[in-house]
Design a protein around this ligand. Structure first.
Ligand code: SF4
Length: 497
């Protein structure tokens, strides 16, 4: 993978989601960068969550339409396949996100193939750079085989990693079971390691309506821009500068630069387009990022949060990539689903990591210890309580044998776990979905989005389609392995999972 010696970032003004206007801008961007799509051309939008509850969380289909049409304009017959693929937020089938976002209808209209990454064969990619978390990573076959990869993220804040631009969107190039491994206080390192799987030939971010403050339920911020580039680190560095954030203060950007994926030094990045960097900064004035510790996040609500450091064997005083951030997203999902959530939630306490202080729980107030690394000893409701650290060293986790978490199994088990006043939720991390279920489980008045009748039919149908496809993959896997027919950009046949 080649990282351009002289990266370029193009800033273009675009106030509306007009697919034809977007197509023209993208086509001009490809031409300015001297890029011609070829072979298997794959577009990855950010569809982490979609539909009416999450209107500003995802790359809009009008944007995708403009990008896909422009790729076809420029690539023409040099492309052997034009496709779009994504893995949305875990536990929800990507089929749902594709449908709810409008991407399904758009892809049908422009006659482009769809990949739901969790339904594809997962390919083992060896990595060997210094300080890696693992010796190999798994990624879906369409990513491993892409010749011309196009990253189409959404311009957003993120409560765990400050921003989610191009680099961070790589969390969507893994299926659930592989995505959750190292999705904890090592999240920034994981994102940097994922860069070794593939680099995009072209990046185009939907910054027409950006999302500030949060990741799943951001506040709309009319930035009116399309930003394009040919180097992922340089691209994210410019996006950071636009919102007044030092890119080197964002760990995954700094780490990706250290891994050799480009520069954050603006003096080495050529910035062009019809919007100057100063004008872009003026447009983004006041844009809020989302990095906020959980204790502060819940101040003034019925939830009191306590956070100690992650396990001693690991560095850092707070788990930015895991359970504490997940509960912030969980509560925001409930707030958009049920406007009365804050009023309906009873007084409760949530505890993360090795917390040493007192927990002032009144009679009947639930205390929820969240995550394997929760570790606390003291008195609650006049009884001595000891919560033991269950954290398993990450070297004991094997991506070959990792299993995905089934949402229906979670639904079934959530209720029984939540009956007592002192609750322990195990996992590393405990996902957003599980924390949503925990919160609705202890607050019976709050509406459960997983039991919403209007969503259930679509959800169940998509879920069954996903599972049927995965079963079929298992049957095909043996054939792949026996024949050794799979090639990852010229390497020997890697292992499928
Ligand atoms: S259990 Fe949760 S808080 Fe603890 S290290 Fe894992 S992800 Fe972080």
């Amino acid at each position: 993978m080649k990282i351009p010696a002289e990266p370029k970032v193009i800033l273009r003004s675009c106030r509306d989601y007009d697919p034809e206007r977007i197509r023209t801008i993208i086509r001009e961007g490809l031409e300015e960068l001297g890029l011609r799509p070829f072979g298997r051309t794959l577009v990855k939008p950010n569809l982490v969550a979609a539909g009416p509850l999450f209107p500003y969380a995802y790359t809009r289909p009008e944007f995708g339409e403009g990008v896909l049409r422009a790729l076809r304009d420029v690539g023409g017959s040099a492309m052997t396949e034009l496709a779009a693929g994504e893995r949305c937020g875990i536990t929800v089938p990507t089929r749902v996100a594709m449908r709810e976002s409008g991407w399904d209808a758009m892809l049908k209209k422009v006659d482009v193939k769809r990949y739901c990454f969790e339904e594809e064969q997962q390919v083992e990619i060896p990595i060997s750079h210094p300080n890696r978390l693992r010796d190999y990573l798994f990624t879906p076959e369409p990513i491993a085989r892409a010749d011309f990869f196009v990253n189409c993220p959404k311009f957003k804040a993120h409560p765990w990693t400050t921003v989610t631009f191009s680099l961070k969107a790589y969390i969507g190039i893994q299926d659930d079971r592989h995505r959750l491994i190292d999705h904890d206080h090592k999240l920034n390192e994981k994102i940097a390691d994922l860069q070794h799987i593939i680099q995009p030939s072209f990046i185009a971010i939907d910054a027409i309506t950006a999302g500030e403050g949060r990741m799943l339920t951001p506040t709309p911020f009319p930035l009116g821009m399309i930003i394009m580039g040919n180097s992922q680190v340089a691209f994210d560095a410019v996006c950071c500068n636009i919102i007044g954030v030092d890119p080197n203060s964002v760990d995954h950007i700094r780490l990706a630069a250290e891994h050799g994926f480009g520069t954050t030094d603006l003096s080495k990045i050529k910035i062009t387009g019809d919007v100057s960097l100063d004008e872009a900064k003026a447009r983004a004035k006041g844009f809020k990022v989302g990095l906020i510790r959980v204790e502060k996040y819940f101040e003034g609500t019925n939830i009191t949060a306590y956070a100690g450091p992650p396990p001693e064997s690991e560095a850092g005083d707070y788990c930015w990539g895991g359970c504490p951030g997940a509960i912030e997203e969980a509560i925001e999902i409930l707030r958009v689903f049920d406007k009365e959530t804050d009023k309906k939630l009873p007084r409760m306490h949530v505890v993360f990591g090795k917390y040493d202080g007192a927990i002032n729980a009144g009679p009947g107030e639930k205390v929820i210890f969240i995550g394997d690394c929760a570790d606390w000893k003291g008195t609650l409701h006049d009884k001595p309580i000891e919560i033991k650290n269950l954290y398993k060293d990450r070297s004991t986790l094997d991506p070959h044998t990792a299993t995905s978490q089934d949402i229906f199994a979670k639904l079934a088990s959530a209720k029984s776990k939540l009956a007592s006043d002192v609750i322990r939720l195990e996992g590393c991390p405990v996902s957003v979905a599980e924390q949503v279920l925990a919160l609705v489980g202890v607050a019976p008045g709050v509406k459960n989005p997983y039991l919403d009748r209007s969503n259930m039919l679509t959800f169940t149908r998509a879920y069954l389609g996903w599972k049927a496809r995965v079963t079929l993959n298992k049957l095909q896997r043996k054939r792949y392995q026996q024949n050794g027919t799979f090639q990852h950009r010229g390497q020997a046949a890697p292992e499928l999972a």
